[in-house]
Design a protein around this ligand. Structure first.
Ligand SMILES: Nc1nc2c(ncn2[C@@H]2O[C@H](COP(=O)(O)OP(=O)(O)OP(=O)(O)O)[C@@H](O)[C@H]2O)c(=O)[nH]1
Length: 433
């Protein structure tokens, strides 16, 4: 009896083990086949573009537009073709798919305008520009020079006066953190040096403000050519920013600085949303004899940028400056497009400099913009424009501190040569008057 039970138990155990093993095998095989299917799905199609790796896989600028079409100007809800709120949602996701027959083949995207300047502009030398243009900072100077020096030069300061110093710095858009740091240093230095005269107070203020503008980053604009595998490669500079900050103007002004220093330049008008922007850039190009590569209105900006760099390499120029379309930093689609412009360009040449153009008159909003741009493209330098039109020159301090990116250039007017290199000492000097 007991041996019968023994054999029943043995048979049951064997059956149980067999069932478990076969179950495991089936489950494993299923898992493998599922993974394989995913692997196949994940493999990028040839010539397509996958965002996951961050690297564009298509071989040329035009190929990109097949899978990632341009924002057609006529689909935009606004009247003048510029990006606006609701832009990304212009074509609802559930709208009818276009068939192959509906799709109009694009015309060649790019025109190149070889400008032979009949009369090339006389260009102001770039050296000493900040000094020459210091008068343009008069609005900010009234805050720093008159208000601050008035307070600090008056001798021993009581707490009310220090509060006024703090308020003055905040009104000039230095931001809370920078203001705190500067006030603390001023307090320390003024008492340590037992400052008595207004001249001494000016010297201390100069020193403290200049130190607050120091940065580890280099301020030189990387716009000179370099060698790649023994071949001359132009420097590639991308100019980005929101609408109306002064990107096109800055690109034109920078081209003039480079030409004045003996460089050859190709300008890429990758602002294809606004036809006037390309015309504007072409005018800048004509005035200094630079070739302009531009696209048809609504063309893929990445394709135009790509062709501009290609042309720059073929012509052996020293620098290619690419003016991109103004984009609202709140619009994900447009920001992605900027990332794409950079990635497409980098298929043939490294982007050496990404200049973010910020309008100094927009204050805190400019900072918010800068943070978003810095996430999409590696911003390597800031151009702060319209400093001539604001009393908030203190934004320079805040921009650098918050972004950790050096201010490289400042715009001090609408004139063609009103762009100056940013030098902390000379800038503070101009602010203090
Ligand atoms: N006062 C002053 N005006 C400037 C400065 N820089 C640019 N501007 C003016 O700002 C306006 C806009 O400049 P654009 O260069 O067209 O700006 P943008 O960023 O290319 O504009 P979008 O292409 O629309 O995005 C123009 O009227 C320029 O003359 C500056 O440093 N000071």
């Amino acid at each position: 009896m007991s041996s019968t039970w023994f054999w029943i138990v043995v048979v049951a155990v064997v059956v149980l083990v067999a069932v478990l093993v076969s179950g495991l095998l089936i489950a494993r095989r299923r898992r493998i086949s599922l993974d394989k299917a995913r692997e196949v799905e994940a493999k990028p199609k040839r010539g397509s573009y996958t965002a996951s790796g961050g690297i564009a896989l298509a071989p040329g600028g035009e190929a990109e537009s097949v899978e990632d079409p341009v924002h057609p100007v006529e689909d935009r809800p606004e009247v003048d073709g510029q990006p606006a709120v609701g832009d990304d949602a212009a074509v609802p996701r559930d709208s009818g798919q276009r068939t192959v027959r509906d799709v109009k083949l694009p015309e060649p995207a790019v025109d190149t305008v070889d400008t032979v300047a009949e009369e090339i502009d006389e260009i102001d030398p770039a050296t000493g520009r900040l000094e020459r243009l210091r008068g343009r900072l008069s609005k900010s100077r009234s805050v720093f020079g008159q208000s601050l020096l008035g307070l600090l030069g008056a001798g021993d300061l009581d707490e009310d006066s220090w509060q006024e110093v703090e308020d003055t710095l905040l009104v000039a858009d230095l931001g809370a953190a920078t203001t705190d740091q500067i006030v603390q240093r001023l307090r320390d230095e003024l008492s340590r040096k037992a400052v008595r005269s207004s001249a001494e107070a000016r010297a201390v203020l100069h020193e403290v403000l200049t130190a607050a503008l120091s940065t580890d980053g280099h301020r030189a604009v990387r716009a000179l050519p370099h060698q790649v595998d023994g071949q001359k490669q132009p420097a590639v500079v991308l100019v980005a920013g929101v609408n109306g900050t002064g990107k096109t103007t800055t690109t034109g002004k920078l081209a003039r600085v480079l030409v004045a220093q003996g460089s050859t330049v190709v300008l890429g008008a990758a602002d294809t949303f606004r036809a006037a922007a390309a015309d504007q850039l072409q005018t800048w190009g004509e005035r200094v004899g630079a070739t302009v590569v531009r696209g048809k209105e609504g063309a893929d900006p990445a394709a135009v940028a790509f062709d501009a760099v290609k042309r720059g390499i073929e012509d052996g120029v020293d620098a290619v400056l690419v003016d991109t379309a103004g984009r609202l930093h709140t619009k994900t689609g447009l920001m992605d497009e900027l990332g794409k412009v950079k990635r497409v360009v980098e298929k043939q040449a490294k982007v050496d400099e990404v200049l973010l153009v910020l309008d100094a008159t927009t204050g805190q909003n400019g900072l918010a913009q800068a943070r978003v741009f810095a996430e999409v493209v590696d911003v390597t330098g800031i151009v702060l424009t319209k400093l001539d039109g604001t009393a908030k020159g203190g934004i320079v301090f805040q921009v650098q501190r918050e972004l950790g990116v050096p201010v490289k250039l400042v715009g001090l007017g609408e004139g063609p040569d009103d762009l100056a290199p940013f030098e902390p000492g000379a800038f503070v000097d101009a602010l203090l008057g």
